[in-house]
Design a protein around this ligand. Structure first.
Ligand SMILES: Nc1ncnc2c1ncn2[C@@H]1O[C@H](COP(=O)(O)OP(=O)(O)OP(=O)(O)O)[C@@H](O)[C@H]1O
Length: 253
């Protein structure tokens, strides 16, 4: 069974002058367990909106959206919040860490909404996750004293600490230099591999997009599959050599 199934999904918002703005239209996307999907597109094409819809943050006004076989519209807002907290992890360009809180406190935050063993063992679980991302020595360090790459590692640990089945990454390497970005991406992929999570990455960077198994482009709110799904080895080789499977502006001709 697919993890996420979006069929004919559309999202329209009402502007302050009462005009309607259609941001997404007729989007079909199926994401399976363990999938690696990249989405490119020009600024303003609707990428973040699509990620918010897939992450159950924004509701579609059209079409059907199912998560783990369940119709998201029937869940109600409490059910959507619980499903998001348990099953979905977000990684953003701007890390979004809580300032003034240690790395360990930041990573524990999602576990405050868990229950039972996960709740009571939250410090141990968060510590193990920080060790997993190579920050076992920085547990009590606050984000403002960490480098950009380290901050993103904390954010990754926080996103993945509940072992979500879907990871949604919005420009996860956008604030990092090329080398740090590639290592951060490799880290997200390896943790996703361990847990069998699906990974959907929005990026402007063709090398990051090429690391995925399936590639899409959003243009004017419509999602297009890019030609010829790349084999993993081919994608990795292209990423390593800087050769692009996706045009530099992220928009296919
Ligand atoms: N709630 C909203 N109300 C009004 N307009 C919105 C709203 N959300 C998004 N938009 C508009 O919809 C369009 C798509 O926004 P979105 O953030 O999804 O694009 P994007 O592809 O992620 O852009 P970027 O790459 O610049 O982050 C933009 O023109 C944006 O201004």
């Amino acid at each position: 069974m697919s993890l996420v199934e979006a069929r004919g999904v559309g999202r329209t918002v009402r502007l302050p002058d009462d005009r309607a703005l259609t941001i997404l239209s007729g989007v079909d996307l199926i994401v399976d367990e363990g999938d690696r999907v990249s989405i490119v597109g020009r600024s303003g094409s609707g990428k973040s909106t699509l990620l918010n819809v897939l992450g159950l943050l924004d509701a579609p006004n059209e079409g059907e959206l199912a998560f783990d076989g369940r119709d998201v519209r029937r869940l109600g807002s409490g059910g959507r919040d619980r499903m998001r907290g348990r099953e979905i992890g977000f990684v953003f360009q701007q890390f979004n860490l809580l300032p003034g809180r240690t790395a360990l406190e930041n990573v524990q935050t999602p576990l405050l909404y868990s229950s039972g063993r996960e709740f009571w063992r939250r410090e141990r679980i968060a510590t193990e996750m920080l060790e997993r991302v190579g920050l076992g020595e920085r547990l009590t360090t606050k984000p403002e004293r960490l480098s950009g790459g380290e901050q993103q590692r904390v954010a990754i640990a926080r996103a993945l600490v509940r072992r979500p089945r879907l990871i949604l990454a919005d420009e996860p390497t956008g604030a990092l230099d090329l080398e740090t970005g590639a290592s951060v991406m490799a880290l997200i992929e390896s943790v996703a591999d361990e847990t069998g999570a699906a990974l959907v990455t929005i990026t402007h960077d063709p090398a990051i997009a090429a690391r995925a198994h399936r590639h899409f482009r959003l243009a004017d709110g419509r999602l297009h599959a890019l030609d010829g799904p790349l084999e993993r080895s081919d994608a990795t080789e292209r990423a390593a050599t800087g050769e692009s499977a996706v045009p530099a502006d992220g928009v296919a001709a």
